[in-house]
Ligand binder design. Structure first.
Ligand code: TRP
Length: 407
């Protein structure tokens, strides 16, 4: 994976932990990947437990999404508070984002958006989506105009997930922030309350980092404050809920410290595990490692070849051994990916049993994954082809999203 080194000394893991998680790098030394229980403890978040799942079901009247049932979204902060708000007849809003570093988004990038789409449908709430083209200019040394172009290209893939056009605002930081004084004001409110020591501690920045990196976090924090969007919330201080990969949590730990000082509720969070690379769970999928990723632009043949060639197998070396000893789903990429994308619980369980017992061979499990991915991606491509520049513009205009605090 592209292990992006942050600052001079990279990220210092004082406690000798072998998992290194920052917004820019995810690495683990274990075959089964990051130790998420340890991460919950270290970050001080809470596990999404049965009680919370039951409450989701009660409040929404719908079975929880399979990402919740299967522990793909596994950790949270203050989700009970967000549900309290909703149950008391008030609305919250959703916030997520994407750093547009390449044209082609990959499967891992879809996770938060697929989940947001479900949340938006179930709760019928507004959603703001930040495209951090500015972040990528600083970190990836992109040209400003190129970064904006990538933001617009990525917006097409995001829109293809099916967000409600009346309730979704997508913005490029480079285009939007200069036209929205409320955004800049909140950035300043945050900037004046965070010290250099704090950002060093939270993000691992070093003395030789460009100051753009050091001053970036408030840009990602501000959309979690409803007063950043007066055209949507008209000054109301509204509960925010952020679904994101757990690597983004540092931004929102910072935001949660500051929000109450501005009289705004702390944003609630739902954290997902990382989407494993084809080669296994030690790293997350990275767009800059072409063979670690399946892109939303891949053809059926490319999908088939990449899975067959590169998907890490938890099976045995020979058919005889496999029949005798069975496969290990915990480290098998095909099974792990099916957990993300095969919605049918019963079918998934049959595959798990048969692979574990050795009745199902690695090639057969890969075939199941290939079928699921080819369908998912070709349907995505069909929807994306309908998203014209005019459609993108509609989502990206600052506008009233019909928000009312009391439903
Ligand atoms: N920094 C994130 C990335 O590189 C993008 C992002 C901006 C984001 N705002 C967010 C992600 C809010 C999750 C939630 O992908």
């Amino acid at each position: 994976m592209a292990a992006v080194t942050v600052g001079d000394d990279a990220f210092v893991n004082e406690d000798g932990d072998t998992d290194v998680i920052t917004p820019w790098s995810v690495q683990s030394k274990n075959d089964t990947g990051v130790d998420y229980d340890k991460l919950i403890k270290k970050f001080g978040s809470a596990r999404i437990d049965d009680e919370l799942l039951k409450r989701f079901e009660k409040v929404t009247g719908q079975p929880p999404h399979h990402f919740l049932r299967r522990g793909i979204f596994f950790s949270h902060r203050d989700m009970h508070t967000a549900l309290d708000v909703y149950e008391s007849g008030k609305s919250f809003y959703l916030y997520t984002g994407r750093g547009p570093s390449s044209d082609a988004m990959h499967l891992g990038h879809l996770i938060s958006f697929l989940f947001c789409k479900w949340l938006q449908d179930v709760f019928d709430v507004p959603l703001v989506i930040q495209l951090t083209d500015d972040e990528k200019v600083i970190w990836k040394n992109l040209d400003l105009d190129d970064a904006i172009k990538l933001a617009h290209e990525n917006a097409k893939d995001i829109i293809a997930c099916g967000f409600n056009p009346d309730k979704t605002f997508i913005f490029s930081n480079l285009e939007h922030i200069g036209n929205n004084p409320a955004f800049y004001r909140n950035m300043i409110e945050i900037q004046k309350r965070v010290t250099f020591n704090q950002v060093k501690g939270i993000f691992g920045f070093g003395d030789s980092d460009p100051i753009g990196k050091i001053s970036f976090p408030p840009t990602q924090a501000a959309p979690a404050l409803s007063t950043t969007f007066p055209f949507i919330f008209k000054g109301a201080k509204v509960q925010c809920l952020i679904p994101c990969g757990i690597d983004q949590d540092p931004y929102f730990r910072m935001t949660r410290d500051i929000a109450p000082k501005l009289g705004i509720p702390k944003p609630a969070l739902l954290h997902s595990i990382f989407f494993p690379a084809l080669q296994g769970s030690k790293t997350k999928m990275s767009a800059s490692e072409i063979n670690s990723a399946i892109f939303l632009t891949d053809t059926p043949k490319q999908i088939k070849n990449k899975v067959n060639k590169n998907a890490f197998s938890g099976g045995q070396a020979t058919v005889e051994e496999h029949r005798r000893l069975g496969g290990n789903c915990e480290i098998d990429t095909s099974y792990q990916w099916l957990k993300f994308f095969l919605e049918d619980d019963e079918k998934l369980e049959v595959l798990r049993k048969n692979y574990t017992s050795g009745d199902l061979l690695t090639g057969e499990l890969k075939k199941e994954l290939i079928d699921v991915l080819q369908k998912l991606i070709s349907e995505h491509q069909a929807r994306r082809s309908q998203v014209t520049d005019e459609v993108v513009e509609k989502y990206m205009v600052p506008r009233d999203l019909g928000f009312v605090l009391n439903k």
